[in-house]
Design a protein around this ligand. Sequence first.
Ligand SMILES: Cc1ncc(C[n+]2csc(CCOP(=O)(O)OP(=O)(O)O)c2C)c(N)n1
Ligand SMILES: [Mg+2]
Length: 627
Amino acid sequence: MKTKTKNSAAPKIETRETERAEVGPAMLGCEILVACLEREGVDTIFAYPGGASMEFHQALTKSKKIRTILPRHEQGGAFAAEGYARASGRVGVCMATSGPGATNLVTGIADAYMDSIPIVAVTGQVPQAMIGKGGFQETDFFGMTLPVVKHSYLVTQIGDIPRIVKEAFYIARTGRPGPVVIDVPKNIQQQKTQPVFPKEITLRGYDPDRRASDLELNEIIGLIEKAERPVLYCGGGIISGNASDELREFAEATQIPVTTTIMGVGAFPENHPLSLRWLGMHGTAYANWAVSGEFKYRKSFTDPMELITPGADLLLAFGVRFDDRVTGKVDKFCEHGTIVHIDIDASEHNKNRKVQLPIESDLKYALGRLNEMVRKRSIEKKFTVWHKQIQDWKTKAPLGYRVKEEVMKSQNMRDHLEGQEGEVILPQMAIEMLYELTNGEAILTTGVGQHQMWAGQYYKYKFPRQLLTSAGLGAMGYGYPAALGAKVARPDKQVVDIDGDGSFLMNIQELATAHIEKIAAKAMILNNQHLGMVVQWEDKFYEGNRGHTYLGDPENRKQIYPDYIAMAKSFNVPSERVMYRKDLRGAIQRMLDSDEPYVLDVIVPYTEHVLPFIPAGKTLADMIWKA
Ligand SMILES: Cc1ncc(C[n+]2csc(CCOP(=O)(O)OP(=O)(O)O)c2C)c(N)n1
Ligand SMILES: [Mg+2]
């Protein structure tokens, strides 16, 4: 992308350039980059040094505005930058050296791409003269990351740094947000010049300010007036578009029930009577029914589908992307409803699901304007019958769990709870207890697996940016580093990572970052000694045959392995293990009361399954929802 000057009516190019830019004193390339970050308002960077990036670190030591946090693995740094971005709504920044440092960032960049999170990843590169020669720690990072970035740069001239950094932040945060990579060869970091800092930039062919027309929005109002069973299906676009207040006003004014994706959790308060909570593979049965209709359960995927009660006749899909974990078999998703899809990224329109009315727009604008229209001429429809139906569904299939036969027979019972079976802690109970003790006010992050789904189900989210989870990529190891980033961005908030034993182990080294940097992010591990989610699929589809899903020591199953308490101790992080229900409340409270990072290891049986469950690519006739 090239810069373009905006105000073409201005009289003299020379005058315009001086007004629009500021010339700094002679500086090294690395110093210019840091000065540019400062100008973007960056206050924190998660950066791990190496040969090709140590110049940057030298410059960072001189910055009075930027706090440099040393993660203990670049992946941790990238996830922390995401956690920072998601909790704050600002651009998160991470940095790594060339080669292995950069490749370690890739998972985080891919994650930010899938979940539309604004981050800027700065990497050192081998000197320009070495590029293409297979030099030590050379990888083509620009090429390698191309499919998972919103945009990327390989800096080839020192004079480009100010423009590139400004563009990178602008691209990362505007329109549909996403990750931007800036790869900087070492020789450019070492050169010296007088930087020219542009005050503003315009990018040809990039116009993120998309707004729905009144004609389109009026059509939506008309569709609502004609509908009997409308549903709002809202995603992460509401949160990144900062449109939660507008959504709430719109839902209340129109009385349309709201379901969100897991990315959209918190966009609409889940304790609101109009909330259907989140939908999809492990979403509430009532949200799924409201969208696609209730079907009689079929024993075999080849049996015909039998409709019991129809679902939405109008689906207002706002800031969503019809992800397969939401839709299941996509042509059965809201099969008989009219679908309106508002998204700022037109490439999402008709990508996964054909819709009747695709609208390219910023959601804050679209919802704000819809609210104005509804204020002027209120919706006549009250949807009373529809609300009654939804209430019936909510009563019929609330989220729930019970101590089942499999739990009673589990290894956990035999090894740890013999004679005290009533003391078993189910993972869902621990999350409910956390909800109660934090008053529903904490920011939560998660790993990936069963615990992630339960964290979504058994904590009710009230505000946007409250649940930070790796949704699209589903990257284990996300939870704790993301919690660090979130806590740095929101020190006023209790930040708790609800993690799995498998996921937590993948970035456990970040306990060192937490301790040394005094970041009081908490980790509550739901330790089932297994890769629980894979176990669940083994149970359902592979007759329970275990394909390397046990994480404990097979030669000593009675031992909790590995010993997270001993590990936490080695990092000087306070910790506690809890096994009995009677001890749970006190243990969670002690974790919350700590003003240091903390690990709470909650031992739970591995026999629980996440319900509801719609098998991948299947339909609501295949949903198992009764606990
Ligand atoms: C990096 C990565 N590797 C593998 C997977 C596949 N996977 C999805 S869930 C899961 C199990 C996670 O186990 P744990 O963190 O203990 O959570 P649990 O399901 O037991 O709650 C695995 C292996 C993944 N999502 N991410
Ligand atoms: Mg586990």
